[in-house]
Design a protein around this ligand. Structure first.
Ligand code: 13P
Length: 255
């Protein structure tokens, strides 16, 4: 399938950066930087900055996402945020299973599956993150691991559910390190993810799913990464906090 039929999605993961006031100021700078985008643009601020960012994004081409979502609808889960709470605010995306959540907060493939389920059930689009660490890459198990992570994350998902799913391939060794995967490495794994989706759901469904690359994507390397046939977008950390750089990445995705 022609990849141009899949809309590119560039999402900024602001991680634990920006107070609500700082987030509003960043939006003021981002809005002109991404004006006229030829792709879908998403920003994912910290939870407490969501109202300020949603306020700024209203009527613009920028959609807003959360960085996590809990799997239960409500209850005794101190410190967690439910999908309906996000949806009611106007949030449309939720990142699920980011490697920092897996590494520091005990996220597992099973909880990623449950969180993604809750997001999709609430009408959110789940950006499901998968990725190998350096030792796993050096051991040659990258493809097996990515297939396993993706398969478990999608357990119980129907073809219809997949319309609300984006897979983000983020090699852990490339996140925040300035060490980007080569375009060939990114393409190899994104293609393997699509092949798994085709095995599970058929080629037509697989061809409709957006697969992002994330890990030190920046204004300089974005065009080459995004030109790969199976790389449909990017999940951007550091560069998403720099309006000119994020604008350049958005532009690279829209051509
Ligand atoms: P960096 O772009 O800072 O490497 O972060 C990538 C990432 O983790 C996005 O979710």
């Amino acid at each position: 399938m022609d990849k141009n039929k899949r809309r590119a999605v560039i999402a900024g993961n602001w991680k634990m950066n920006k107070t609500p006031a700082e987030a509003a100021a960043l939006m003021d700078a981002l809005l002109p930087a991404v004006a006229g985008a030829g792709c879908d643009v998403v920003v994912c601020p910290p939870f407490v900055a969501l109202p300020a960012v949603l306020d700024k994004a209203r009527g613009s081409a920028i959609a807003v996402g959360a960085q996590n979502v809990h799997f239960e609808k409500s209850g005794a889960y101190t410190g967690e945020i439910a999908a309906d709470m996000l949806a009611e605010l106007g949030v449309r995306y939720a990142i699920v299973g980011h490697s920092e959540r897996r590494q520091y907060f005990g996220e597992t493939d099973e909880t990623v599956n449950k969180r993604a389920r809750a997001a999709v059930d609430a009408g959110l689009c789940a950006i499901i993150c998968v990725g190998e660490n350096l030792a796993q890459r050096e051991q040659g198990v990258t493809e097996d691991l990515i297939r396993l992570q993706t398969r478990v994350a999608l357990g119980g998902f129907t073809a219809e559910d997949l319309k609300k799913v984006i897979i983000a391939y983020e090699p852990v060794w490339a996140i925040g390190t300035g060490r980007t995967a080569t375009a060939a490495q990114a393409e190899e794994v994104c293609a393997a993810i699509r092949m798994l989706l085709a095995e599970l759901y058929g080629q037509k469904v697989a061809d409709g799913v957006s697969i992002q690359y994330g890990g030190s994507m920046n204004a300089e390397n974005a065009a080459e990464l995004l030109a790969q046939p199976n790389v449909d977008g990017g999940l951007i950390g550091g560069a998403s906090l720099k309006p000119a750089d994020f604008g350049a990445i958005v532009k690279a995705a829209g051509v």
